[in-house]
Design a protein around this ligand. Structure first.
Ligand code: GLU
Length: 313
């Protein structure tokens, strides 16, 4: 079977060095296996994700040496999550018909005061306030505000072998809790959209940051319930700033706009990232395509990677 991978950026800002490392490893992983590579734009929150930013991301990727076989602006609307609501509706209905969903009327303030244990990542486990509402209670509450929708998760261990991080296990009820798949304003959540899209697009491997590792058991549950094959996951290390912080879009000084200006040639940035990610012994400039032949996940570290010093000079 042909390997199929993808890069799925959220265009809420220009891509930064951490995103480009993710694009780089996902592209190398697929190209080293002669696979298909897709570009999907995760602009579910269309207000925060203008097309102009998605177009800039494409430009940055091409400049860096990344190409794709389908998707992006050339592929048109089907590759923008903001245009796929009718598709998500269908799969939402499948889950609803299976009795796996329930409406949740809790406000943000109620969620914060609910007595629920917090996860290590700062999010909390839903206390189950709306889990067993009667049809009458639902009808009554619906008059006041539209509900969000949650997936009812079972008491169940979900385990998988990540291609980078090794075995990862979570108990859905204890470590995750019932999770939202559609917000009260009707916008679908990342968890549903990513599973439906990867499922329908035939994605066989998912490469993304280790900050999403604990989303995967939830997604595996959705893959299973919707009848899609579960892809191989690789949760790659994140880049950290000198003070140990993980890089984010707020680090504007490390976005591709600034770095393109500063370094001029992509080979310089590829070389620094290749060394930081364990793919080359030195930061010698190199073309991305020259890293395909001897790419291997065995070389990539599990732990977060400190920002290459050369980039800060
Ligand atoms: N859109 C997500 C992001 O930009 C990535 C989701 C994924 O790769 O599953 O962080």
């Amino acid at each position: 079977m042909t390997v199929c991978g993808r890069f799925a950026p959220t265009p809420s800002g220009r891509i930064h060095l951490g995103n480009i490392l993710c694009a780089m490893l996902s592209w190398l992983s697929v190209r080293s296996k002669n696979g298909r590579y897709l570009l999907r734009i995760e602009d579910l929150d269309a207000m925060r994700c203008p097309r102009s930013l998605a177009d800039l991301i494409e430009d940055d990727l091409k400049w860096f040496g990344i190409d794709w076989d389908d998707g992006g602006s050339a592929g048109g609307d089907p590759w923008y999550q903001s245009c796929r609501t009718a598709i998500y509706d269908r799969y939402f209905d499948v889950l609803k018909d299976k009795g796996l969903l329930y409406p949740c009327f809790c406000s943000r303030a109620e969620l914060h005061t609910a007595q629920a244990p917090h996860r290590s990542d700062g999010t909390y486990i839903y206390a189950g306030t709306c889990r067993n509402l009667t049809p009458e209670q639902i009808a009554e509450k619906s008059k006041r505000r539209p509900p969000a929708w949650r997936v009812r998760v079972p008491e169940r261990e979900m385990s998988f072998t990540d291609g980078c991080q090794g075995v990862y296990t979570e108990n859905l009820a204890h470590d995750c809790g019932d999770f939202i798949i559609r917000r009260s304003d009707g916008v679908y959540g990342y968890q549903l959209a990513v599973v439906v899209d990867d499922g329908l697009m035939g994605v066989t491997e998912v490469v993304r940051g280790s900050d999403l590792l604990n989303s995967t058991p939830r997604q595996m549950y959705l893959y299973e319930q919707l009848g899609f094959a579960i892809p191989q996951f690789y949760h790659m290390p994140l880049l950290t700033a000198p003070d140990g912080r993980r890089l984010s879009k707020r680090d504007g000084d490390l976005d591709l706009g600034v770095l393109r200006e500063k370094f001029g040639r992509p080979e310089l940035i590829v070389g620094m990232l290749a060394k930081a990610a364990g793919l080359r012994p030195t930061a010698q400039p190199v073309q991305l395509s020259d890293l395909v032949a001897d790419f291997s996940w065995d070389k990539i570290p599990k732990q977060d990677i400190a920002l290459p010093e050369e980039i800060l000079q």
